[in-house]
Design a protein around this ligand. Structure first.
Ligand code: NAP
Length: 469
């Protein structure tokens, strides 16, 4: 994939970039290690000051950065600016809480024959972050804010279609006061990832992206024995049960499916509706999806902009065509938009069956697949009949049903009667083919730390327990 800014609303290539040559990658890794040696000796208070300065910069520059993101990947300008503000909040959250999250964890010293015993979190070193274009600032920030607050340094390999957002991020933290080398952008293609991750100076990697990219990173990291966090694709179920507030459920279903022009990992993608309310819910949902305004992502009032890439549009066109050919019903949308750029309208497809691609694959665009379930048991079975397990959404006012969906959905998150969203305060991540590890909250900052056991005796040394290692 060429490293270039291409406007998805017009298809026009705006700016191209050369990939960094190997000697410059090598120098950047060297700066990352030197930056780590400087950063790990700074205090939480110093790092928090720089992180708050980064938040201030983001807020002050939200108009320019927002416009850059809209230009590079087509999200609406309003959503882009909201993303910048969310990043500033995450910076402040970790500035405020990192020291508490990484405080020494005392242990029972007497039980282990020590005068003092505890566990200490220490940073690992330079971490490679391979990131996707869909939330080009937020995905990177979910890694960067906790990593830097822990004292790690970051090397960002961003998606090739968001190079200018990547360059902005590469300068942000230095401008905020972090030591040189603390966070750098490497403009490279995915073919450079293996060599970077195999470099001894790089201690770990995080990837947010597709399942294939995750498998590739995990294989390299496995060979190199390096820690990884993988945030991969999703095909989140959205269960609508008879006691649900159907108007609110249809409203959130529409927002969830079409936010970010349908390109969100935690978008609701499979709508599983109880037979008792199926017709009513589908009617409301189709009406709302049809009423969305598709158009210029910079314009006020636009709900849905273009897909980010031409390939992305081709993929969903083929998935819908496959379903239609095998007997599914397209209730609205289903035909690409006119003109230059990669337009595709909000689409609702019903009567899906297991032989259709939409049943098993992630659909990364504003296309909803709707399923009918005769009971809660069947709804849970359908929901879990996916290789993915990222988020899940359920709508029911029945407390017993709420407990059943919380316990029974195979996913990294379940949101009941509200939209699945990421919050700095809550852990974020998946199970099954959606990856492993967690971002955000205390769990996220601890992922790239060495949890060091500390045992201190008065003299002499530990009583040796010869029965164990
Ligand atoms: P992608 O193709 O996997 O790209 C993501 C990043 O990985 C890019 O920087 C890409 O670089 C790089 N990459 C691609 N193949 C690679 C490989 N074999 N080895 C190393 N790096 C590789 O993903 P996408 O299609 O652009 O993004 C959408 C996917 O990301 C969806 O599946 C979505 O659900 C998932 N996602 C998950 C989360 C989450 O938190 N779980 C969040 C957002 C998105 P190039 O651009 O240079 O190819």
């Amino acid at each position: 994939m060429p490293i270039a800014t291409t406007n998805p609303a017009t298809g026009a290539v705006v700016k191209t970039f050369d990939a960094l040559p190997p000697e410059q990658i090598d120098a950047a890794i060297g700066r990352s290690l030197a930056g780590f040696r400087a950063l790990r000796d700074t205090t939480f208070a110093e790092r928090a000051g720089w992180m708050r300065a980064a938040a201030d910069l983001l807020e002050a520059e939200q108009d320019e950065v927002g416009a850059l993101m809209t230009l590079e990947m087509g999200k609406t300008y309003a959503a882009a600016k909201a993303e910048v503000v969310k990043c500033a909040k995450a910076c402040r959250f970790y500035a405020d809480n990192a020291e508490r999250f990484l405080a020494d964890e005392p242990a029972d010293a007497e039980a282990v024959g020590a005068s003092r015993a505890y566990a200490r979190y220490q940073p690992l070193g330079p971490v490679l972050a391979v990131m996707p274009w869909n939330f080009p600032l937020w995905q990177a920030m979910r890694f960067a804010a906790p990593a830097l607050m822990a004292g790690n340094t970051g090397l960002l390999k961003h998606a090739s279609n968001v190079p200018q957002t990547a360059l902005y991020l590469g300068e942000l933290f230095a401008r905020a006061g972090f030591p040189a080398g603390a966070f750098q952008t490497l403009l490279v293609g995915s073919d450079a990832v293996e060599a970077i991750l195999s470099d001894d100076r790089v201690r770990a990697a995080t990837l947010t992206g597709s399942e294939n990219a995750g498998r590739s990173i995990a294989a390299i990291a496995g060979r190199e024995l390096k820690k990884t966090v993988l945030e991969l694709g999703g095909s989140d179920p959205f269960l609508v049960l008879p006691s649900a507030d159907l108007d609110r459920a249809a409203e959130v279903a529409t927002t969830s499916r079409c936010q970010n022009n349908g390109q969100s990992c935690i978008a609701a993608k499979r709508f599983i509706v109880h037979a008792d309310v199926y017709d009513e819910f589908v009617g409301k949902f189709v009406a709302r999806m049809s009423a969305l305004t598709v158009g210029d992502p910079m314009a006020d009032g636009t709900d849905v902009g273009p897909l980010a890439t031409e390939q992305g549009r081709t993929d969903i066109e083929e998935q819908v065509a496959d379903a239609r050919a095998k007997g599914a019903t397209v209730r609205c949308g289903g035909t690409r938009g006119d003109g230059d750029g990669w337009w595709y309208p909000p689409t609702v497809v019903t009567d899906l069956t297991p032989d259709m691609r939409m049943y098993a694959e992630e659909v990364f665009g504003p296309v909803a697949g709707v399923y009918r379930a005769a009971s809660l048991d069947e709804a849970l079975e359908l929901a879990n009949a996916s290789s993915y397990g990222l988020g899940a959404n359920a709508w029911t006012r029945d407390p017993q049903e709420q407990e059943r969906v919380i316990a029974g959905l195979d996913s990294g998150a379940v949101f009941v009667n509200g939209m699945t969203t990421s919050y700095p305060q809550l852990p974020f991540g998946g199970v099954k083919n959606s990856g492993y590890g967690r971002e955000l909250s205390a769990a996220g900052i601890r992922e790239f730390c060495n949890l060091k056991t500390v045992w201190v005796g008065d003299s002499g040394g530990a009583d040796v327990d010869s029965a164990t290692e």
